[in-house]
Design a protein around this ligand. Structure first.
Ligand SMILES: NC(=O)c1ccc[n+]([C@@H]2O[C@H](COP(=O)([O-])OP(=O)(O)OC[C@H]3O[C@@H](n4cnc5c(N)ncnc54)[C@H](O)[C@@H]3O)[C@@H](O)[C@H]2O)c1
Length: 256
């Protein structure tokens, strides 16, 4: 198994990408701590892993709450006897157009999608360094390098690359690797439902994608397994796009 006895914290693990990653990590032999504000779904995911003989535990935590994050990391580290992997994955787009965003909404977007990565990473790094190092993974988005609206969310996602590169460089000699995953549209409950409500809906959106489909949470989970595993031991400070070719170029060029 590719993550045999790795000890992993995954935030935003109650649904979508985080949940699929938690399930996949467990089948690859990892001990997983699932972190989220959605208690019922998180406990259900942990129970699903346990029912298959995997090791998992849910800890209710708001990743924007500094003290709650510190407490969660302490609890997780004690429960697992260390931390090898931190996947900063909780996130959501909270704002839309620039002129409609007030300061409170902007701050909420940046706090969830950037500051929470800082809080979780700062809390977990001493434990990870103490047990010889590990892998930090932050879920960003193609929104971080492609102008597509959602101003607060996109700016926060772009900033993650700088943050993670600094973690990789500053703590590389302590055995820490740090990388960013940038997904295109992943057909999660919330992501898919969002596009269902937009004009043209999901069918129109699929046409943007050279591979002819949206992503599945499991697509991202597979990449996360690679970045969490020792197979990626020479990969650090990188951003890996997982978007079905969306941002590779534009087919419109062939039409001009
Ligand atoms: N689905 C997509 O199309 C897509 C594309 C690019 C990037 N992403 C990113 O992937 C990540 C996961 O997205 P998803 O589509 O699986 O979303 P999702 O809504 O299915 O899952 C996000 C989870 O984060 C949790 N969460 C939200 N705020 C939290 C908080 N303050 N503390 C703890 N947990 C909190 C939610 O309860 C939820 O379980 C996010 O960072 C998102 O920005 C998603």
């Amino acid at each position: 198994m590719r993550l045999q006895d790795k000890r992993a914290i995954i935030t935003g693990a109650s649904s979508g990408i985080g949940r699929a990653t938690a399930l996949k990590f467990a089948t690859e032999g990892a001990h997983v701590i699932l972190v989220d504000v959605d208690v019922n779904a998180g406990q259900d995911a942990a129970a699903q892993i346990q029912a298959k003989g995997g090791r998992a535990c849910f800890i209710e935590t708001d990743v924007t709450d500094e003290q709650a994050v510190k407490d969660m990391v302490t609890q997780a580290g004690e429960a697992m006897g260390g931390i090898d992997v931190l996947m900063n994955n909780a996130g959501s787009s909270l704002t839309e157009d620039l002129l409609e965003i007030d300061l409170e909404a902007w701050n909420a977007d940046v706090t969830l999608n950037l500051t929470s990565h800082f809080l979780c990473t700062r809390a977990a790094l001493p434990v990870m360094i103490g047990n010889g190092g590990g892998s930090v993974i932050s879920t960003s988005s193609v929104n971080g390098f492609w102008a597509i609206g959602e101003f607060g969310y996109s700016a926060a996602k772009a900033a993650l690359l700088s943050f993670i590169k600094n973690v990789a460089v500053r703590y590389g000699s302590d055995g820490i690797r740090a990388n960013v995953i940038s997904p295109g549209t992943i057909d999660t409950e919330h992501g898919g439902a969002y596009w269902d409500q937009k004009a043209g809906g999901k069918e129109k959106l699929i046409k943007w994608y050279p591979v002819g489909r949206l992503g599945k949470p499991e697509d991202v989970a597979h990449l996360a397994v690679y970045l969490a595993s020792d197979e990626s031991s020479f990969v650090s400070g990188s951003m890996i796009t997982i978007d079905g070719g969306l941002t590779a170029g534009t087919r419109l060029l062939g039409e001009v």
